[in-house]
Ligand binder design. Structure first.
Ligand SMILES: [Zn+2]
Length: 179
């Protein structure tokens, strides 16, 4: 695995350790992580529906802000917040970073190897987001527990996606990478 990706996941675990109060029993409250890190989260309607969100590090009042497109699903909003947090913690040289609808799909629908060279920062932000929203330790714990009860894989994906408030696609990919 690319070391930058490992580094992105490691950084997500550092952030989870830093803000344990954002870890609920069954899922991670990413908006709370943003708040605890001093970042304002704003949801608004975008004129350009291809834009899923952006992070602005320097603002007039000095507080960094993540702005997300509120026409997206709650699962997508959470993924975008986690993705922007990835840019915030990993790519500190960028003052503004804008993401369109394709960005978060890099991990989901495209071949990771071929997009690595050109989109490494997006892949890093997505790996960060995946680990933040679906921490390996918590997922492993829950999968083991559900397997004991003879729950089938597709039902495990469905149940854990609901529990962690992510899309089923994101959960299926995450479980695939962990197991
Ligand atoms: Zn991005």
């Amino acid at each position: 695995m690319h070391s930058a990706i490992q580094n992105a996941r490691k950084e997500a675990r550092v952030i989870l350790d830093r803000y344990p109060e954002a870890i609920r029993k069954n899922y991670v409250d990413v908006e709370k992580i943003a708040r605890l890190a001093g970042i304002r989260v704003v949801k608004e309607g975008f004129e350009d529906q291809r834009v899923s969100g952006f992070i602005q590090r320097k603002t007039l009042d000095g507080q960094p802000v993540i702005v997300i497109n509120d026409s997206n699903t709650p699962e997508r909003l959470r993924f975008t917040i986690a993705h922007e947090l990835g840019h915030y913690f990993l790519h500190s040289s960028q003052s503004v970073h804008v993401d369109d609808v394709d960005t978060a799909d890099l991990i989901l629908y495209r071949n990771q190897e071929s997009s690595q060279a050109t989109h490494i920062q997006e892949i890093e932000a997505n790996q960060f987001a995946a680990e933040l929203l679906m921490p390996e330790q918590m997922i492993t714990r829950d999968v083991q527990e559900l397997r004991k009860g003879n729950t089938g894989m597709s039902e495990i994906v469905e149940r854990l996606a609901r529990q962690y408030r992510v899309s089923q696609t994101a959960m299926a990919i995450r479980m695939n990478k962990i197991a």
